[in-house]
Design a protein around this ligand. Structure first.
Ligand SMILES: [Cu+2]
Length: 213
């Protein structure tokens, strides 16, 4: 469909690096509009990343028959819990390569966790509610951020050096990456333009599905 193809403009602004603690601010736009839920990551090319002593706790809730958040970036090695905050049962699954799993019919209030140890994209679905879709972006680096409703993402805490800058979004046909060198006083890299594919989420009626579950 011609109308479903959009230009996706990634604008990198306000690069500011201190000696031991870099910070990169990225603005992700869809035409003139800010685009939320893009994951921006920096993977070092000259050094290896050692895993943190303790991984932060990450939660993806099932709430109002949706996955919340819709997109969740984590570092490989992170355990994610899936609490059911609805008063109906859910049956979540992933058919994605980095982690295939299934949590059959589980009830309100229940929470189960899954370890995501391999980098890649995991798409989450629910066997009961077809429209439920969520993504886990598993990264080989601790330096990443997700764009907010204003399209802004701030990656911070990385040392100066050479990085692979990657951008992923549910509506990108393929992930986009480029090599950049981030050093104190450096200008932001040139903006780049990406192609988006249609939003795959199924639209719900305002009151959910008639006679729903
Ligand atoms: Cu469900």
């Amino acid at each position: 469909m011609r109308s479903s193809r959009f230009i996706f403009l990634l604008v990198l602004t306000g690069l500011a690096l201190r000696a031991a603690d870099g910070s990169l601010t990225v603005r992700v736009q869809h035409g003139q509009l800010p685009l939320a839920d893009a994951v921006v990551s920096l993977t070092p090319l000259d050094t290896t990343v050692s895993p943190p002593a303790v991984f932060p706790e990450v939660t993806i809730a099932q709430e109002d028959k949706e996955f919340d958040p819709y997109v969740t970036p984590v570092m490989a090695g992170t355990r994610v819990s899936f609490p059911n905050r609805d008063n109906v049962q859910h049956h979540i699954y992933s058919l994605s390569k980095p982690k295939r799993f299934e949590k059959p019919l589980y009830a309100s209030g229940a929470s189960e966790s899954v370890l995501f140890d391999l980098p890649g994209i995991v798409a989450l679905g629910c066997n009961i509610h077809d429209w439920m879709i969520g993504y886990i972006v598993i990264l080989p680096t601790p330096w990443f951020a997700k764009s907010d409703t204003g399209g802004g993402a701030v990656v911070s805490g990385f040392p100066a050096g050479r990085y692979r800058l990657e951008v992923w979004h549910p509506r990108l046909a393929k992930p986009v990456s480029r090599e950049i060198t981030l050093a104190a006083g450096e200008n932001p890299p040139e903006p780049f333009t990406l192609q988006l594919k249609p939003d795959r989420r199924i639209r719900r009626t305002t009151d959910g599905r008639p006679g729903g579950y």
